[in-house]
Each structure stands twice: as structure tokens, then as C-alpha cells.
Design a protein around this ligand. Structure first.
Ligand code: F3S
Length: 753
């Protein structure tokens, strides 16, 4: 393996550890004795214990040691609050926080940013001081979107990165395996605990031919999404390979990997390419490029590696596509879009066209889009739709400003928003369309679920390449096909777009722009963390109580849930997002979406002490105030959906002791264990029916809670009669220590003392 090379210029003393990959792979190869895919090489190269780890794709749970943790500002709040309570002086691996989600796009970059700094001041202050205290890099508001900054500064070929945001896989553009996780996973890794991941399957995508003309990297992933659908990548890593890979830029590969999240893939990866080398050099990391080149044998799949499924795409024949509305896998080739829109009665006027975001704001994207805008402008045309540009980072903004690209967009009638998520995450104060009004928007973003961008369920959101989106802004209608149709200039002449052309990287190099990065100070001991005790958005965490050494006896059921209960039912998002850093406040949403089996209603349960019906959180608070632990009974696949740790924390915070269900979604089950709760399953799922909401429950046998050994649930009817049923658990030795200590973090804090 090559010489010592710093992982990034922001952490000159942390080095890329290719030697570990090399050593681990030597062990794994002897054990598996077969060719490995690229994603296997990266993952197994980061195993905590390569010699003993059970390795079966789609079956085993890998214990991994990621190189880096990245967090965005919405998810970082609770992650850092939890990290603080572990009592550890600094993060165990290089980590950073990025302020990008909380900036509302309304009138333009400057005003919007100034307003966000005011509105979110306490959150930004908290994040900045916590980062300084615990040795994390802090990228303040205006610095840009997490994934763009990661690819510009932190990602490197062969890296294993976790990030508390679904589009973390964007770093695959630089050959990293980057996975979106929940806050609880980030906390583990920052605290030095291995990260657990179900060993993914591998889906191969073979690229042949070359991208050309109007077709761009975005069209590769729009095509893949059309083939695999939104569920097709679940539990798998998508690996691109084949000769076509060489015609894609690093940032283009980033786009493809970013949107792999839309098909549910764990992540997506590309082998090391010349274009990655060029990007690394252009972004000031020639030594990383050199090291990767020397290590390239481990940055591609072995000859003959087997995939669980393979699809093939010929880039020479691939044409632009437009996906949507309402789902990213509904794929329509551009050439039939006009007819399809008419047939399906999609609104034909395009009200807004939006480019940029973490998915598509590379220099290449911007120059290609600007080439179209300039050509149209030179012919006297202006945009017909609203045209909105969100640069992915301050570096992209400064460079595209310097090179005159943003000026072209402005002159064409575009609005430049702050370097932030903005309309992509619904941070869009839209004034042109009323709620409920049917309209069409086209974006170069990644997600287009109902209401995602403007909160209007009647907005038909489509996703396409930035080039197509820009051209459509001039056409203003779904009836315009920029590849074949003409527009009429003010002087009455026909105008037809040439195919876009751009530059992969800026000739003059990147301009890093304003300095928005805060490095942790050398002396971190005197840093004070700022949390106002009266804050409604932030609250320091108090450790949960350790187990009292006794069985749980005769406690009430808070709610017996009927049917589907996802993490959204348990901890709703939307308006509650602003309380992500305030456990007490956010707990007022606990289980308010779950259906009560007793009355078929949501958020209405009987208080078993008073007999009155009340809201679920209010009832839980009553029990808590009277020192009465309680239990939740649930149905199948309880806790599916996201890895949101609040769904477990609120239950614990409001006094829950156990959650007993027919079956769990695994991540939520683990999150419950991390918070010191008992997730249990009925040994016989039919026992669910034998329990009534007014029964009292006891969980017996906790003194010798042992891996693999079931517990007894005693059900006492109001008449006093009782019967016992068997409940199972999946605690391992280590997780049992979490239960004893009251939470995983309590355990860590305790073992440090
Ligand atoms: Fe932000 Fe949208 Fe990307 S929310 S991180 S720009 S997917």
C-alpha cells in the first residue's frame, strides 16, 4: 500500500489507511476463496474483525470501522446531544457537521441566508460550539450542501463513510462506499463502537458505449430507477463497471450514486477512474490521486466477481429521460414525454424549473446548462418558467460566479438561491402557485414525492438532467422537446438548441470562495457549549435510569397498536422537525399516528388509571408523573421506515419499559435496545389477540436475561385471572449491558469511568 497521505486538508494528521484494506482483504480472500466485487472489497476492507466475521451476502451482520462520519444540521442536533452524554472528550473518527437543511429559499441567496442565520441562531451556535468542543469540522450556513462538500473535500477512493442523510452515497463519485444512516449509528461510530450493517447483496450495472450529445449522467440513474423501481435496490449495493464508466466524470458518477438512494440501495460505487484522478487534482488533492492510482487493484472488482443481478446499459444509445410525477421511478423518454403528458393529463404549463442541489451542481452541470441558457439568450429569448438555481457549495458558487455562469442564469431570468438544500427539502417559500393548484415543476434534484418541494400535493414534480431542465425553462411547457422542436425568437425567427457543451473541470481551477469552515481549536477544553435552558428547540439530555434489577410487574398497556406502525407513526416528521434537538418537545408526537386497536382511532387511548380517553403522549406523561412504567403492544414489522432515533428515545423518555410486537423492523429494534428498552416478540404471533388494552402485564425472568433465552410475559385480566406466554428477544451479550446500564451511551459512559 502507498505512503502516508492525509485524508483531507482539514485533517492533516489523519491518514488514509489503505494498508488496513490490504490486510483485511488478505484474510478475507483466504476464507472466502472467490473473486470479490468492489463493494465487497471496500466493506470487508473495513471489517472490525476480518478473521472471525461471518460473511454471507444478504444474511450476516457486518461489524465495520468507517473512515468518517458526516452529519447535516437537522440530524446532527440529536446525534451530538447523544454523543455529549457519553462523556467522551472527542470523536473517535474524523467527523463534520454541515448547515444546509434549515435555510428557506425565498428571495435570493443573500437575504435568505441572513434570515436563516437569525431564525436558526441557537441551533447553529449549538452545533458550532459542540463541534469545537468535540473536535468536529463545522461547515456553517452558506458553506453548501453536505454531499457536495464531502466530495470536494473528504471523499477518497476506497473510503467507507457514513452520513446522517439519505443521499450520502453521492461520495461514490469519488469511489467511496458512503451510506446514509440514522443518528444512532453516527453516535456509535463517533463514540468508537463498530458500525453494524447487514451484509449487502451486489447489483452490477454494466456500462458500455459513451455518453454523448444531450445525454448526461443523470439519465443513467433515471434509466436504472426505471428498471429497478423504488424498491429494487433494497439491501443491495449497486456497482457500476464496464468500459462505459470511463466516459463519465467524477461528479457525474456522484449524481448517479446520489440518486441510487431513490431505488433503496444501501449505496452505489464506481471503480477508480482517470476522471476521479482529475477531480482529485483539480480540488487540490494530487497526493490522494497518486495513492489511489497505486492502490487501483483494490479499487475495482476482481475478474470474475459474481453479482446477484446484472443490468446493462449502452450509453451510446441512452437518450434523455424525464421521471415523475410523484415518484422517481416512473420513467418517460424525452421523445415521448409530450404525448405521455397529454395522455395522462399532467399540467402542460411548467411553472418552475429548478437546477442545482446536492445531486447536480457540478462545474460540468453548470457549464452545460449555461451553454444552453446563453445560446437562447443570444437569440433574444428569456425563460418562460420560474428558473431557480441552488449551487451545491460555496466553492461551486464562487467558481461559477467568477466564470460568468451565474450571470448568464440571472440574465436569462433566473434566481440564484443560497448554497443550501432549499426547495429540495421543501424549504421553498413559493408565492406563484396556491396550495392545491395543479401545476408542473421540473427539477434536477433527486426526490419528487408528493409535496416534497413546495408542500403542495397538486404539484407534479418531475426529475431530469440540469440540461433538460434549463431548456424546458425556455420552452415553458411539456409540449416542448428541446432536442427536436424550435422556439420563436422575439424577432420571429425559429430557434433550435444545439446540444449542450460544458467543461468537466474549470480551466482556472476552483475558487474556494468565502471561508465558511470552522476548524476545531487546538485548545478545546475552554469551549462552552451553548444551550439556552429556556430553548424550545434544544435540550441537553439527562441519562436514562439504569435497570433497577427487578422484573417489570403489573404495568399498563399504553396502546395496543393495530396494523401498520412505521417510524412516522411513532415519531412524525413535518412540523415536528424543528424539535429534533429537544426530546421533551418532540415527544409530544409520540405514537400519535398509530391506530389504537380498542377504538380504531389514532391518538386516543384510555388512561388505565382514570378510565378517561386522552392523547397518547398525554396519557404516557400521566403514567410517568405517577411513576408507572408502561408497555406498547404492536403488530407486524413494527418500526419500519426510517432509522430516526427519536422513535425510540421518546418512548423511553416518556416512561416506556418494553415494546412487544409480532415482528420488528430490525433498525428500530436495535434503536430500542440502544435506549435501554426491551423490544420483545411474541413467540406465537397469535398471542397478540389474547391481549386486551386493559390487561396488566409483567415481564418475568429479567435477572437472567441471556442471549437466545426467551422471557415470560404474564398477562393479568381485569378479573384477576392470569396466563403466561413466551416472548422472544434478540439481545446479544453486549446489548444486554445496554439494558442493564439504562442505555448504550450510559454503558459507554460507565465503562470509561
Ligand atoms: Fe439537501 Fe436535497 Fe440533497 S435535501 S442533501 S439537496 S437531497
Amino acid at each position: 500500500a502507498p505512503q502516508k497521505v492525509p485524508m483531507s486538508r482539514h485533517e492533516p494528521n489523519k491518514y488514509i489507511n489503505y494498508q488496513r484494506i490490504e490486510d483485511n482483504l488478505e484474510v478475507v480472500r483466504k476464507r472466502l476463496n472467490r473473486p470479490l466485487t468492489l463493494s465487497e472489497k471496500i466493506l470487508y476492507g473495513h471489517l472490525d474483525n476480518a478473521a472471525e466475521q461471518d460473511i454471507q451476502r444478504g444474511v450476516s451482520y457486518l461489524q465495520l470501522r468507517p473512515d468518517r462520519v458526516v452529519c447535516q444540521d437537522a440530524t446532527a442536533q440529536m446525534a451530538l446531544l447523544q454523543f455529549m452524554s457519553a462523556g467522551i472528550p472527542e470523536v473517535a473518527v474524523p467527523s463534520s457537521v454541515h448547515c444546509d437543511h434549515l435555510i428557506l429559499g425565498e428571495s435570493g441567496a443573500e437575504a435568505d441566508l441572513a434570515r436563516a442565520k437569525e431564525v436558526n441562531k441557537e441551533v447553529y451556535d449549538f452545533l458550532a460550539t459542540t463541534c469545537a468542543k468535540y473536535n468536529l469540522g463545522f461547515w456553517g450556513p452558506g458553506s453548501g450542501i453536505i454531499h457536495q462538500i464531502v466530495i470536494e473535500n473528504y471523499a477518497f477512493p476506497g473510503a467507507l463513510i457514513i452520513g446522517t442523510d439519505s443521499h450520502t452515497p453521492n461520495a461514490g463519485g469519488l469511489g467511496a462506499a458512503a451510506v446514509g444512516v440514522g443518528g444512532a449509528d453516527a453516535v456509535d461510530v463517533m463514540a468508537g463502537i463498530p458500525w453494524e450493517l447487514k451484509c449487502p447483496k451486489a447489483i452490477g450495472v454494466k456500462l458500455t458505449g459513451r455518453l454523448n450529445g444531450w445525454t448526461s449522467p443523470k439519465d443513467i440513474i433515471l434509466e436504472v430507477a426505471g428498471i429497478l423501481t423504488v424498491k429494487g435496490g433494497t439491501g443491495a449495493i449497486v456497482e457500476y463497471f464496464g468500459p462505459g464508466v470511463e466516459s463519465v466524470s467524477a461528479t457525474g458518477m456522484g449524481t448517479v450514486c446520489n440518486m441510487g438512494a431513490e431505488i433503496g440501495a444501501t449505496t452505489s460505487v464506481f471503480p477508480f477512474t482517470e476522471s476521479m484522478g482529475r477531480y482529485l487534482v483539480s480540488t487540490g488533492r494530487p497526493e490522494v490521486a497518486e495513492a489511489s492510482k497505486q492502490f487501483a487493484h483494490n479499487l475495482r472488482a476482481d475478474e470474475g466477481a459474481k453479482y446477484d443481478e446484472v443490468i446493462e446499459i449502452n450509453l451510446s444509445e441512452l437518450e434523455p429521460r424525464i421521471n415523475g410525477p410523484f415518484t422517481p421511478d416512473l420513467m418517460t423518454p424525452l421523445k415521448s414525454f409530450k404525448e405521455t403528458a397529454k395522455e395522462k393529463n399532467w399540467p402542460q404549463d411548467i411553472s418552475a424549473c429548478l437546477i442545482g442541489s446536492c445531486t447536480n451542481s457540478s462545474y460540468e452541470d453548470m457549464t452545460r446548462a449555461a451553454s444552453l441558457a446563453k445560446e437562447a439568450m443570444d437569440a433574444g429569448l428569456k425563460v418562460k418558467s420560474d428558473f431557480i438555481i441552488t449551487p451545491g457549495s460555496e466553492q461551486i458558487r464562487a467558481t461559477t460566479e467568477r466564470d460568468g455562469l451565474l450571470e448568464i442564469f440571472r440574465k436569462a431570468g433566473g434566481t440564484i438561491l443560497a448554497n443550501a438544500c432549499g426547495p429540495c427539502i421543501g424549504q421553498w417559500a413559493r408565492h406563484d402557485v396556491k396550495k392545491g393548484e395543479r401545476n408542473t415543476i421540473v427539477t434536477s434534484y433527486n426526490r419528487n414525492f408528493t409535496g416534497r418541494n413546495d408542500g403542495n400535493p397538486a404539484t407534479h414534480g418531475f426529475v431530469a438532467s440540469p440540461e433538460i431542465v434549463t431548456a424546458l425553462a425556455f420552452g415553458g411547457s411539456t409540449n416542448f422537446n428541446p432536442v427536436t422542436d424550435t422556439l420563436t425568437t422575439p424577432s420571429g425567427k425559429p430557434f433550435k438548441f444545439s446540444a449542450p457543451n460544458g467543461e468537466e473541470l474549470p480551466d482556472r481551477g476552483f475558487d474556494t470562495g468565502l471561508n465558511t469552515y470552522q476548524a476545531p481549536p487546538a485548545d478545546r477544553s475552554s469551549v462552552d457549549i451553548k444551550v439556552n435552558p429556556d430553548s424550545q428547540r434544544l435540550q441537553l439530555l439527562k441519562p436514562f435510569k439504569p435497570w433497577n434489577g427487578k422484573d417489570i410487574e403489573n404495568v399498563p398497556i399504553l396502546i395496543k397498536v393495530k396494523g401498520k406502525c412505521t417510524t412516522d407513526h411513532i415519531s412524525m416528521a413535518g412540523p415536528w422537525l424543528k424539535y429534533r434537538g429537544h426530546l421533551d418537545n418532540i415527544s409530544n408526537n409520540m405514537l400519535i399516528g398509530a391506530t389504537n386497536s380498542e377504538n380504531g382511532e389514532a391518538n386516543k387511548v384510555r388512561n388505565q388509571v382514570t378510565g378517561e380517553f386522552d392523547a397518547v403522549p398525554a396519557t404516557a406523561r400521566y403514567y410517568k408523573a405517577h411513576d408507572i412504567p408502561w408497555i406498547v403492544i404492536g403488530d407486524e414489522n413494527y418500526g419500519e421506515g426510517s432509522s430516526r432515533e427519536h422513535a425510540a428515545m421518546s418512548v423511553r423518555f416518556l416512561g416506556g419499559a418494553a415494546v412487544i410486537v409480532k415482528s420488528f423492523a430490525r433498525i428500530h429494534e436495535t434503536n430500542l435496545k440502544k435506549q435501554g428498552l426491551l423490544p420483545l416478540t411474541f413467540n406465537n404471533p397469535k398471542d397478540y389477540d389474547r391481549i386486551s388494552p386493559e390487561d396488566k402485564l409483567s415481564i418475568l425472568g429479567l435477572k437472567d436475561l441471556t442471549p437466545g433465552k426467551p422471557l415470560t410475559l404474564r398477562v393479568t385480566k381485569p378479573s384477576g385471572e392470569h396466563f403466561d406466554i413466551t416472548v422472544d428477544h434478540t439481545f446479544n451479550e453486549n446489548q444486554i449491558t445496554w439494558f442493564h446500564a439504562g442505555s448504550a451511551l450510559n454503558h459507554i459512559a460507565k465503562s470509561r469511568k
